[in-house]
Design a protein around this ligand. Structure first.
Ligand code: SF4
Length: 425
């Protein structure tokens, strides 16, 4: 292999790593500190983002597009064919070299690879697969690989992608077809869900085969499962449409995550698109609600409905539900079922498990909850403990919403972001 032209690769990297930042499936670290002459290290790190491995470890990934050329014209996308952005394209070999070089230097533990569509969906997907296959087969690369399934890729190619990648993701982009018809008429939700269905079936088939094969291990298929992404705020779709769509995707296709990406206004965008970015708080509230669907046994209908089609921005969705359903409280932490505890504002999944483990050994007091870092300001109105029985007048009071609100706006924003990431709500 001839030596790569590093200056050319660097200039392509700056374009294609920047273009990849609109995909929320892993979030960018966004640090820009450069190396100085006397110092050591360099976090210029174009294209490096952090993601979570299936075992919960935070890993750094090289997050890039193979190319930002695209034959599609999705109005919400900076890389659409009618956009006048600077374009670049990596060859599969260049991406392999870049991944290996970054890996050897300990900058990254894996690769997140997506692409604009060139020639055709299958031609593009073949090149993405070529990168993953070369890394695995030729270079014995055992790092993490996440491949984006290009919209409209054939079943055979999706099946091959899952053999080399740890995770694959087909983006649904919008919660309903009506939104795609307006902003990306060449795409359909059905095409994305057909891909998701194929992936879900292959993942489950491969797991079954693995269980059966003792001597010769059957090949794995996308062992870290599949995810998808929805853009939020590019149309008037409500949180109710978004969360009901996510709930249906989780149930039908065993998705690991739905990522919500607040629409970022792009230069020279279509008049149909908003000129301002939706509030990031909305994105975080959707993530909080998403945790409630996946781990707290909530139904989308309980959080948003015809009467309340959007999540409130001024409080987390679990507290908002509790305020609308005060008849279920207070809950006795020393005797309530797990499902009841999970519905208490401020009691996250981890703390509910700790409470259940402590209960056979001792009566739990408010002080114990404080030691578990439960936000007592919010939680105390909704629980009975060995030393605390809340005043029912306070629980019924019109001022309860004000009483449980975080003290300052800054604290509130910090809290929203924290809980949207950790899922402890
Ligand atoms: S297919 Fe993907 S890269 Fe191309 S315009 Fe649509 S969203 Fe952008």
């Amino acid at each position: 292999m001839s030596l790569p032209d590093w200056n050319l690769i660097k200039s392509k990297l700056s374009i294609l790593a920047d273009a990849a930042k609109y995909d929320a499936s892993c979030s960018s670290s966004g640090s820009h500190r450069k190396r100085d002459a006397k110092g050591m290290g360099n976090v210029e790190g174009m294209g490096i983002c952090h993601s979570y491995a299936p075992d919960g470890r935070c890993i750094s990934l090289l997050k890039i597009l193979m190319t930002n050329f695209c034959i599609f014209d999705c109005k919400y996308c900076v890389n659409r064919v009618s956009s006048d952005v600077k374009r670049a394209k990596f060859s599969p070999d260049e991406i392999v070299t870049l991944t290996l070089e970054f890996y050897r230097r300990n900058y990254i533990e894996g690769l997140f690879l997506s692409s604009g569509i060139i020639e055709s969906s299958d031609a593009t997907m073949e090149k993405l697969i070529q990168v993953a296959k070369t890394l695995r087969q030729v270079h014995r690369f055992n790092g993490y690989i996440h491949l984006k399934v290009v919209a409209g890729s054939s079943q055979e190619l999706i099946e091959e992608a899952g053999l080399w990648a740890d995770r694959v993701s087909a983006n649904v982009e919008m919660p309903v077809q009506k939104d795609l018809d307006i902003l990306a008429p060449a795409k359909t939700i059905e095409s994305a869900t057909t891909s998701m269905n194929q992936i879900a079936e292959k993942v489950s088939e491969a797991k079954e085969e693995q269980k059966k094969s003792f001597r010769f291990r059957a090949p794995k298929f996308a062992p870290a499962g599949q995810t998808t992404q929805m853009i939020v705020g590019a149309t008037g779709s409500t949180d109710s449409l978004i969360l009901n769509s996510s709930q249906s995707l989780y149930r039908k296709y065993a998705l690991r995550r739905v990522y919500y990406s607040a629409y970022s206004p792009i230069p020279h965008s279509d008049v149909l698109l908003p000129t301002e970015q939706p509030q990031l708080v909305r994105e975080n509230r959707l993530y909080q609600a998403d945790w409630l669907l996946r781990f707290y046994n909530f139904e989308a209908q309980e959080l948003v409905n015809d009467e309340n089609p959007d999540l409130p921005l001024d409080m987390d969705p679990k507290s908002a539900w509790a305020l609308r359903n005060r008849q279920y409280f207070p809950v006795d932490v020393n005797s309530a079922a797990r499902e009841q505890l999970l519905r208490v504002p401020g009691l996250g999944v981890r703390n509910v498990e700790r409470i259940l483990q402590m209960r056979p050994h001792r009566k739990i007091s408010l002080l114990d909850l404080g030691k578990l870092r439960v936000p007592l300001k919010r939680t105390k109105y909704f629980v009975i403990t060995s030393d605390h029985n809340p005043d029912v007048f306070l629980l019924d009071s019109q001022h309860l919403k004000k009483n449980i609100a975080p003290e300052s706006t800054q604290l509130s924003l910090f809290d929203i972001k924290q809980t949207a990431v950790s899922g402890e709500i």
